[in-house]
Design a protein around this ligand. Structure first.
Ligand code: DC
Length: 221
């Protein structure tokens, strides 16, 4: 099958919008592959933090991104054979990821790695620029969002459930700062792709959002 015929569902949206859960479950239901593109930025950030690579060294950061030795094994993410599934979810890594994601050379270095996930029978790609830059011809594009308050609530609950202390005010300002960085950067900013369907999940359960995406996909198939 020519690559351009392999179906892609692009799901973009802001941090903590629930798109990870939705994209993952939609991929499971359709038996499609799943690309967590944010994980690639987080892996690059983790490598940079560990090597003390400064944000000002765009060239070195791009090299780290280009040579990521990453392996997705079911729910686990391995970096040079080390299981970093939990480590990359730390807020400090997320913040660094959002900063290095503004660097054009880093985005360029991760470009072809992401295209390589498009394999039969199909792909659900989750990120910020899946529908605008990486898979602009995706068969279905979804822009999944929720209010800042709803997203902060969800993040708060996730952290508390994991036994991690959390402060609502800090979470809100952190989310806002990350939104600002992701939407205002010069390259591949977070905006709905042309033709994207908007899904506001502020008052929706994850299951309802999953069903809506599957319904849209069934309609266009
Ligand atoms: O989805 P996430 O929180 O795991 O993503 C971490 C950071 O990576 C996010 O702040 C912005 C960046 N990112 C991006 O710029 N482009 C993507 N396709 C995915 C993530």
């Amino acid at each position: 099958m020519p690559t351009s015929n392999i179906p892609v569902i692009a799901i973009d949206g802001p941090t903590a919008s629930g798109k990870g859960t939705v994209a993952h479950k939609v991929a499971d239901r359709l038996k499609f592959h799943y690309l967590d593109s944010g994980a690639l930025y987080r892996l690059t950030a983790l490598s940079a933090i560990r090597r003390d690579t400064p944000l000002t060294d765009e060239h070195a950061l791009a090299k780290l991104a280009e040579h990521l030795s990453v392996h997705f094994s079911g729910p686990d993410i391995l970096l040079a054979n080390e299981n970093v599934t939990q480590a990359i979810r730390a807020e400090s890594v997320g913040n660094m990821a959002s900063k290095i994601a503004a660097l054009p050379a880093v985005r360029q270095a991760l470009f072809s790695l992401q295209l390589g996930f498009r394999k039969p029978p199909g792909l659900v790609a989750d990120g910020r620029d899946m529908g605008t830059v990486i898979f602009p011809h995706a068969q279905l594009k979804v822009f999944l969002t929720a209010s800042v308050a709803a997203r902060a609530q969800r993040r708060y609950k996730q952290l508390i459930d994991k036994g991690i202390p959390a402060n609502m005010e800090d979470l809100l300002s952190d989310l806002q700062a990350r939104d600002d960085r992701d939407t205002q950067r010069a390259i591949a900013p977070l905006v709905p792709a042309e033709g994207a369907r908007l899904l506001d999940t502020s008052n929706m359960t994850a299951d309802e959002a999953i069903e809506q995406v599957l319904k849209w996909y069934a309609e266009i198939k």
